[in-house]
Design a protein around this ligand. Structure first.
Ligand SMILES: [Mg+2]
Length: 461
């Protein structure tokens, strides 16, 4: 304001430089504020990240074993000395994956089938079947997508999942990881290890701890206790030749590497030296590259502990569901053009109703208002057991078409974002709507809506 006033009041050359200086000052000031704020939030986010690394145990072998069992075979390849091996005739005869019993004969991944057979004459060798692996991998990713909008397929059998801020929906990290691990085993038949850490490196290191079918954490504060005692070759990115070099200088463990002068390592091993020093100290700020199949929709549903027979209670349940589905869509930085609701009655018959909206929505209020309207239009008045809300036709939050009617939505979104932040910081129930204060209903409701539960909604996908 001051700068503007100066400029308008006087056109003299003497004032002009002052105006420029002041303007520059303001620009610099705001830029500084922006960088400071962004930087601070960025640091907070990076500091508080919770990353899962999901790794299929003996992937190719497990997948083949599951397939064979499904086809009626009685021998489980995972329980006998067996390997998946490349074609011997084409000189690609190497061990790709081994079973745990094969490991006992000290058969190693990458060694020739000839040498593996020498170690264990009764070894069962199975050729690879890549189409099956892709199917199994995709089925696992489909499950993982329900737990976070941000996942990265790192390899055919490894996935990174950003669990930051997802506790409100699926519980504390270790508990959620167990749920995911058990679900994969139950629904798909194979086991995974899940490593949890504050970044991708720590999560990956954690998933390497005891196998199979285990969940391990390696948070920043656990590095010294859980990682530093390990031999240096177990650190990600330390190959056998680097390990040899390090050991020749007396650096035997990850901890010894972590406590070596980084400038010495950089001088000696160039940029790789600095990188492994950072890894040994658990430093890694790489982001999860979201290369999963784009999210098509998201929803929450709830089985109610009693039969709901009045619309006021049903509306309140829809509000509680809108809260969780709203947080999820905002976390994913998306808006939805289509909203559906589903009702399951006391005869366990489901029906649903959907509407395409003129303006995409992401605020709890808009989700609730639309859900309520759809409910009133379709409910036949019979007792309700289960209610669900589903959002689809998603678009990016930042780029949706501006409409004449969006002002309210914008305001609602701001309020929601503030509430989301409070809930992340102080817990899911730190802020609740007053209508739930004297109610037996939970103010936030909903697990994950699955397609199996709502076959009628599959038309949306
Ligand atoms: Mg694996």
């Amino acid at each position: 304001m001051i700068a503007k006033k100066q400029g308008i009041n006087s056109t003299s050359h003497a004032v002009y430089p002052l105006r420029v200086v002041r303007l520059n000052f303001f620009i610099l000031y705001y830029e500084h504020m922006f960088i400071y704020t962004y930087g601070k939030e960025g640091v907070n986010y990076m500091h508080n990240r919770i990353i899962f690394h999901i790794d299929v145990n003996s992937a190719y072998l497990s997948w083949e074993a599951v397939y064979r069992l499904q086809q009626g075979q009685t021998v489980d390849l995972r329980e006998i000395p067996s390997v998946i091996g490349g074609n011997e005739e084409n000189r690609h005869g190497i061990v790709l994956t081994k079973s745990i019993p094969a490991k006992k004969y000290s058969i190693k991944t990458g060694e020739t089938l000839f040498s593996a057979r020498n170690k264990c004459p009764e070894l069962v060798v199975v050729p690879p079947r890549y189409t099956l692996y892709m199917q199994c991998s995709s089925a696992m990713v489909e499950i993982l997508k329900e737990y976070s909008p941000t996942i990265q397929r790192y390899s055919i059998d490894e996935v990174f999942l950003d669990y930051t801020n997802m506790e409100c929906h699926f519980g504390e990290a270790v508990e959620a990881a167990h749920k995911i691990k058990d679900r994969i085993r139950k629904e798909l038949g194979f086991t995974v290890n899940i490593g949890i850490g504050n970044n991708k490196l720590l999560a990956k290191m954690a998933s390497e701890f005891e196998k199979p079918n285990k969940v391990h954490t390696l948070y920043r504060e656990e590095i010294a206790k859980k990682m530093w005692g390990l031999p240096v070759e177990e650190l990600f990115f330390v190959g056998s030749s680097t390990a040899k070099k390090l050991k020749s200088k007396g650096i035997m463990t990850i901890g010894e590497l972590a406590n070596t002068d980084p400038s010495y390592l950089q001088q000696w091993l160039k940029s790789h030296g600095l990188l492994i020093w950072q890894y040994a100290n658990g430093l890694d700020d790489s982001v999860i590259k979201n290369n999963g199949v784009p999210m098509k929709g998201l929803g929450n549903s709830n089985t109610i502990a009693f039969d709901v027979t009045d619309s006021i209670t049903a509306h309140q349940i829809l509000l509680a569901l809108s809260e969780t589905v709203g947080t999820r869509i905002r976390n994913a930085n998306k808006c939805a053009y289509v909203l559906s609701i589903s009702i399951k009655n006391d005869h366990l018959i489901s029906y649903s109703h959907q509407r395409k909206l003129d303006v995409p929505i992401a605020s709890t209020n808009s989700i609730y208002e639309n859900a309520k309207r759809l409910f009133n239009e379709v409910w036949k008045g019979e007792p309700i057991r289960h209610l669900g809300i589903y959002l689809s036709s998603l678009c990016l939050n930042d780029f949706y078409q501006i409409s004449l009617f969006e002002t309210k939505e914008k305001e609602h979104k701001k309020l929601d974002e503030a509430i989301d932040k409070i809930r992340v910081k102080y817990g899911c129930h730190a802020v609740i709507r007053s209508s739930f204060v004297n109610s037996d209903l939970s103010p936030l409701m909903g697990g994950v809506l699955t397609e199996e539960e709502y076959p009628m909604m599959s038309s949306l996908l």
